[in-house]
Design a protein around this ligand. Structure first.
Ligand SMILES: [Zn+2]
Ligand SMILES: [Zn+2]
Length: 100
């Protein structure tokens, strides 16, 4: 049984995505390309399994390709995985300015 699908559609995740769209637009925070809302996914900078909460700080938007890439590195190379997550954190720091 897959929890993944359910998780993706949790209402709190949808609300968080809207919040991120309002601040950052419909941009993938990793490749910085523009996408349709439906093609962007909520990625947790801290593993959801660790925190069990979806906060603004740990939420990000990634396209399907980048999202798969991040989680592939998570399995293969933790250092690269951290680098990718840090890149997203930097993006949020730069472009999230002026917002509480
Ligand atoms: Zn991307
Ligand atoms: Zn993710």
């Amino acid at each position: 049984m897959s929890n993944k699908k359910q998780k993706k559609n949790r209402p709190s995740n949808r609300n968080m995505k809207e919040k991120l769209f309002n601040t950052f637009g419909t941009i993938c925070m990793l490749c910085e390309n523009n996408f349709d809302k439906k093609d962007l996914q909520l990625h947790h900078l801290e593993k959801w399994e660790h925190t069990h909460t979806t906060t603004y700080e740990q939420s990000s938007l990634t396209c399907d390709i980048c999202h798969k890439r991040i989680h592939k590195e998570e399995r293969n190379d933790k250092i690269k995985y951290n680098i990718l997550n840090n890149k997203i954190r930097e993006y949020k720091k730069i472009y999230g300015k002026g917002r509480g």
